[in-house]
Design a protein around this ligand. Structure first.
Ligand SMILES: Nc1ncnc2c1ncn2[C@@H]1O[C@H](COP(=O)(O)OP(=O)(O)O)[C@@H](O)[C@H]1O
Ligand SMILES: [Mg+2]
Length: 254
C-alpha cells in the first residue's frame, strides 16, 4: 500500500516542486511505483511533465466530473494527477461542500494498492487544497532554506498540522525538514542548521541529506526536465538520489 507524503511549505520558492519532481523520479529509478499529485494552480509540476492542459485534471476530480482512474496520466516511469489553472476556482466551489477536507483522501483510497509512494506538491498556502493533502497524507516533508525567517513559517505549519492531526488525521506525522538550495560552506547556513539541531522539537526531524545549491537544478526546471534527464552527473542528481535512499530506508517496506 502506498505511503503518502505531502511536500508542504506555505512560502513560495522553497523547492517543493523541484523536490516532488526529482525525488519522485529518483524513487521511480529505484523501481518504486510512484504517483505525483500537483495541487498548485501554477501547474509547474504538470508543465514539467509535459501534461499542461490535460483533460480530467484535479479540478475535474475535485468537482466529481471524472474518476480518479481517468485523472491519472503517465509520463515515462512516473504517474501524475495533473493540476489545472482552474484549481483555485475548484477550491472556491468546494468551500461549502460537507467534508471538503476529505475529498482527496476519499479519491486516493481507490488506488492506494497501485503505488509504493505518492508525493503531493502543495500550493504556497495553507488553504483547503493543502489541508486536503494533509488529511490524505501519512507524512509531510517541509523543504526550506537555511535562512533567517524560515522558522516563522515553520511554526505556522506545525500549528496547522497539529490541528489536522487532532481533528482529522491522527496518524499524520512530520517526516522531516529538508534543507534545499543549501550553500554548505557559508557560516550563516551552518549557524541556522546548528540552531535547529539544538531545538527540542526539531532536532530529530532534520533529514541527514541536504540538497545543495546547484545551478543544474534551476536550469533543469526551466527546461522542464528532471535532473536525471538534464544533468545525471550533477550534485542535484546525487543529492536527490541520496534523499530517495534515505526515505526508502526510513519509510520503505520492511
Ligand atoms: N537546490 C537548488 N539549487 C538551485 N536552485 C534551486 C534548487 N532547488 C530549487 N531551485 C530553484 O528555486 C526555484 C523555486 O523552486 P520550486 O521548486 O519551484 O519552489 P516551490 O515549488 O516551493 O515554489 C526554482 O527556480 C528552482 O529551479
Ligand atoms: Mg511549486
Amino acid at each position: 500500500m502506498a505511503k503518502i507524503f505531502s511536500i508542504l511549505n506555505n512560502k513560495g520558492g522553497t523547492g517543493k516542486t523541484t523536490t516532488v519532481l526529482n525525488l519522485g523520479t529518483a524513487l521511480a529509478k529505484k523501481k518504486k511505483r510512484v504517483l505525483l499529485i500537483d495541487l498548485d494552480s501554477q501547474c509547474n509540476l504538470t508543465s514539467a511533465l509535459g501534461l499542461w492542459g490535460a483533460e480530467n485534471n484535479l479540478c475535474d476530480l475535485f468537482l466529481g466530473k471524472c474518476s480518479i482512474n481517468q485523472s491519472v496520466k503517465q509520463h515515462e516511469e512516473i504517474f501524475l494527477l495533473p493540476a489545472s489553472d482552474k484549481l483555485l476556482e475548484a477550491e472556491f466551489l468546494i468551500s461549502s461542500e460537507p467534508g471538503r477536507e476529505y475529498i482527496l483522501k476519499e479519491k486516493l483510497e481507490k488506488i492506494l494498492d497501485e503505488y509504493d509512494y505518492i508525493l503531493i506538491d502543495c500550493p504556497p498556502s495553507l488553504g483547503t487544497l493543502s489541508i486536503n493533502s494533509l488529511v490524505a497524507a501519512d507524512y509531510f516533508i517541509v523543504p526550506m532554506q537555511a535562512e533567517n525567517f524560515a522558522f516563522i513559517g515553520l511554526d505556522r505549519i506545525m500549528s496547522v498540522s497539529e490541528k489536522i492531526q487532532k481533528r482529522m488525521n491522527p496518524s499524520l506525522q512530520l517526516a522531516g525538514i529538508l534543507f534545499v538550495k543549501l550553500a554548505t560552506r557559508t557560516k550563516f547556513s551552518q549557524a541556522v542548521i546548528t540552531n535547529l539541531t539544538i531545538n527540542e522539537h526539531f532536532k530529530d526531524k532534520l533529514f541527514s541529506t541536504y540538497i545543495r545549491q546547484d545551478i543544474s537544478l534551476m536550469e533543469s526546471g526551466a527546461f522542464k526536465q528532471s535532473i536525471f534527464e538534464y544533468a545525471p552527473k550533477s550534485r542535484g542528481a546525487e543529492d536527490y538520489m541520496d534523499f530517495a535512499n534515505e526515505l526508502i530506508k526510513k519509510y520503505g517496506k520492511k
